[in-house]
Design a protein around this ligand. Structure first.
Ligand code: MG
Length: 381
């Protein structure tokens, strides 16, 4: 009987374990050698009159004054304004996005719809919190005693999931979203491995419980997934209403090796070109979608990610490059696997070769994708 019982128990254990995360098998239960969690200051909660203090390990995206973490979608300075401690949408100025890119993360953001309210349904205090640049919207809308379609209400995953309850406060009052974002994953060929997931807590109330997104959100459109980098900027929507934001912070989950930024379009364009040295060696730099560069060097083609306005790195190989532009020269320095001088190249009108296609293996989380659509606000979102 005992022999028969063990497989049955194992089956039950395996079945239930499949529904939950597994403990790290590298540690035994209650292992005294296992490191304790990092100590942080959790900060404080906000009140209507006073924004709270972010956790000590958060990246602060808006502190009531500094707008520098935010740019327009193309990376140029945003026209949104800072007014009375809030980041306010200027209707018609376009979306804003973070300069820094984030993958899986916890985002805290507070918003207030215009008061007195204007308009009805989707034309009433409409904005949105987007992950994946401009792809995945959690709706911001004045849904207080105001009817609209369910999957377009405040805290809806737009067009896909209505909130579990309507926890909206009256217009003019500060409201909180605490969002847990899990980015979709794509394989080396750009095939979807796992869908995006999102949990949303609105004013302290769970309204989206780890829902699985069907793809990018859209108005009267079910958009299929297409490959994009795991880490991308977070954006806020200009839907023509002066919605305000305050106390915005993010904690990236996991342990990314480098920070990552989506630099301005104009700066990325200035880096593209062919560089050479006195030995006749060339390094070819091309643009890729989503703020990435393609470096063709030493018979390798690498996808390069920015961790500063002038420095880029590859994910798959320790190849780094630095652009050193002055009035007199445009230099590119490439290092491979070590610090030091590396190889230096100058750009001097070398003929442009055909655009190289990066091998998929070089971009496991950043497969090239079609260019993002122009930031034209749709009639609803
Ligand atoms: Mg919206």
């Amino acid at each position: 009987m005992k022999l028969l019982a063990i497989p049955a128990l194992a089956l039950v254990a395996a079945s239930s374990a499949g529904l939950r995360a597994q403990p790290d098998p590298n540690w035994i239960d209650h292992d005294r050698e296992r490191p304790m969690a990092t100590v942080i200051d959790p900060g404080t909660a906000s009140t209507q009159d006073q924004p709270g203090r972010p956790p000590s390990d958060a990246v602060v995206l808006f502190d009531g004054k500094d707008i520098s973490p935010w740019v327009a979608l193309d990376g140029s300075p945003t026209k949104w304004i800072v007014h009375d401690g809030a980041l306010e949408c200027v209707p018609g100025s376009g979306y804003v996005r973070t300069l820094e890119s984030f993958g899986d993360c916890q985002l805290h953001i507070e918003w207030a719809a215009p008061n007195p309210p204007h308009g009805v349904s989707q034309d009433r205090g409409n904005s949105g919190v987007f992950f994946g640049y401009d792809r995945y919207e959690c709706q911001v809308l004045d849904s207080y005693q105001s009817k609209t379609y369910a999957d377009g209400a405040a805290a809806a995953i737009y067009g896909q999931y209505p909130p579990l309850v309507n926890a909206t406060r009256p217009p003019g009052q500060w409201q909180t979203y605490d969002i847990i974002w899990t980015a979709p994953r794509f394989d080396a060929d750009g095939k979807l491995i796992s869908k995006a997931r999102e949990t949303v807590i609105h004013n302290g109330v769970l309204v989206q419980n780890n829902v699985e997104l069907t793809g990018p959100t859209g108005w009267i459109n079910r958009i299929p997934y297409s490959a994009h980098p795991e880490r991308l900027p977070i954006a806020l929507q200009d839907h023509g209403h002066p919605v305000r934001y305050r106390n915005v912070w993010v904690r990236e989950l996991g342990n990314p090796r480098h920070k990552e930024f989506m630099l301005p379009e104009a700066l990325l364009a200035s880096y593209a070109g062919v560089y050479g040295n006195s030995k006749g060696t060339v390094a070819d730099v091309r643009r890729l979608p989503d703020g990435l560069l393609c470096l063709n060097y030493a018979d390798r083609t690498l996808v390069m990610h920015a961790d500063s306005p002038t420095h880029f790195y590859a994910l798959s190989t320790d190849v780094q490059c630095t652009f050193d532009f002055t009035d007199k020269s445009k230099a590119l320095r490439i290092t491979v696997g070590e610090d030091g001088e590396g190889a230096k190249f100058e750009r001097k009108g070398i003929p442009v070769s055909p655009t190289p296609v990066p091998p998929a293996a070089e971009a496991p989380a950043a497969a090239p994708a079609p260019a993002a659509a122009a930031p034209v606000p749709a009639p609803a979102h």
